[in-house]
Design a binder for this molecule. Structure first.
Ligand code: HGY
Ligand code: MN
Ligand code: MN
Length: 413
């Protein structure tokens, strides 16, 4: 690519688009809430697709609402895809997912202004329900896209508020007619904030992501006996809340004991009847276990399950588990990882290879094409938090690196 003109992204335009999209579903006091298939998600989709159309891209929407916008290449070959997501958790920041999609649009805008078309077409995509906060599993749209989850099963999924994906998709009017999984993709690059503390602590500008750790989400329903908090002797209780509380403590102890990359989180907990003077007869809680090593993750799952079942039995309570998501660790294609490292070096950006703690659509696309990710630092390692922040300079140079990488991949012989 040395003989082709240098194309620079317009940093101010990128930052302005992030601020503008951040106004859609904005929370008082900062941050964004655009839960998958909610009205706010609909508005975010409309805003983003309008931006795609302004760029002259050919936009298609598939049967689960994944959106792919095409920038024709010089030859009609499978496109190089730049993707991520624009749905957020309830306490989302401006950058998780949105940054990768808008940087992809900025890459296209810059190439278009330079009058350049890459050999292969470029596709800029956002996938439905990456977060999985309202409807599990996470990365649902990209998992369907790559054939990892049957469309009908995804559409029938019931979320935390009792609605189904299919009903909500129809309610917001985003069930498209494009065949799921089209177009076939040459390669995939995702630019994303790290969401962890590594780059920020080390003062490194770019993360060259080698893969994504394994993810295991389960929902536990513990059934005990509700009773009067003032008259029931401690030895006669069947307290579902106690089992959930012990499970939460055990999660931390388990991760501490396994050490290394092991992570464990009890993130959601609901007690019934949830009243000050009633022993809870029902506790529904989730556990999120993650590890870069598949065997250790499986061990953590076994130990957590054994503990919860034993704690329920000791309390004379029943316990059922439902799997919400289960993905083995993923390793990205060295051809893409090496390319990202080379282009970071060419831009004289400090960089380091690292795994991803968070799940991403890239781990699904990796099932069907060479995929890779670029990270930029998250200040204080904060994410899934309204105070999520990345310095403008980091946002801009991450997008410039994305442009360099994508041009290399799209123009290679
Ligand atoms: O949970 C995750 O890792 C991602 O943010 N969905
Ligand atoms: Mn994300
Ligand atoms: Mn996220």
């Amino acid at each position: 690519m040395s003989d082709t003109p240098v194309v620079r992204i317009d940093g101010e335009r990128l930052l302005a688009s992030l601020r503008a999209l951040g106004q859609v579903g904005a929370l008082d006091g900062g941050g964004v809430c655009r839960l998958a298939f909610s009205d706010a998600d609909r508005l975010g989709r409309e805003w983003t697709v309008a931006r795609m159309r302004e760029l002259g891209l050919r936009v298609q929407v598939d049967a689960i609402g994944n959106v792919v916008a095409l920038y024709e290449g010089r030859e009609s070959l499978p496109p190089v895809m730049i993707g991520s997501h624009i749905d957020t958790v309830r306490t989302g920041g401006l950058y998780d997912g949105n940054y990768g999609v808008l940087a992809g649009l900025e890459v296209v805008a810059a190439l278009r202004e330079a009058g350049l078309r890459t050999r292969r077409p470029l596709a800029v995509a956002f996938f439905s329900n990456e977060e999985g906060a309202r409807f599990q599993p996470d990365m649902m749209g990209s998992l369907v896209y790559v054939g990892g989850l049957p469309l009908q099963q995804a559409l029938a999924t019931r979320g935390i508020d009792g609605s189904t994906v299919g009903d909500e998709l129809d309610r917001i009017g985003w069930r498209g007619d494009a065949p799921v999984g089209a177009p076939q993709v040459d390669s995939y690059v995702e630019l994303h904030i790290e969401q962890g503390p590594v780059l920020d602590r080390l003062g490194v500008q770019i993360g060259v992501v080698e893969g994504v750790q394994g993810i295991s989400w389960s929902e536990y329903t513990v059934t005990g006996v509700s009773n009067h908090a003032g008259t029931t002797p401690m030895a006669m209780r069947h307290d579902a809340g106690l089992v959930a509380a012990r499970a939460t403590v055990f999660a931390r102890e388990l991760a501490t004991r396994l050490g290394g990359a092991q992570l464990a989180t009890v993130g959601a907990l609901a007690l019934t009847p949830n009243l000050v003077n009633v022993i809870p007869n029902r506790a529904v809680f989730t556990v999120d276990l993650r590890h870069t090593d598949a065997a250790t993750l499986a061990q953590a799952e076994r130990e957590f399950e054994a503990f919860v079942q034993a704690a329920a039995e000791a309390e004379g309570a029943r316990c059922e588990r439902r799997s919400l998501a289960r993905f083995d660790p993923v390793h990205f294609d060295p051809r893409v990882v090496d390319r990202i490292e080379q282009e970071a070096r060419a831009l004289a950006l400090s960089h380091r290879r690292m795994p991803s703690g968070a799940g991403h659509d890239a781990q699904m696309l990796a099932r069907v094409c060479p995929a890779g990710m670029i990270f930029v630092p998250s200040v204080g390692g904060l994410s899934h938090n309204v105070r999520e922040h990345t310095e403008p300079a980091d946002l801009v140079q991450g997008a410039q690196l994305l442009l360099q990488v994508v041009r290399r991949l799209a123009d290679r012989p």
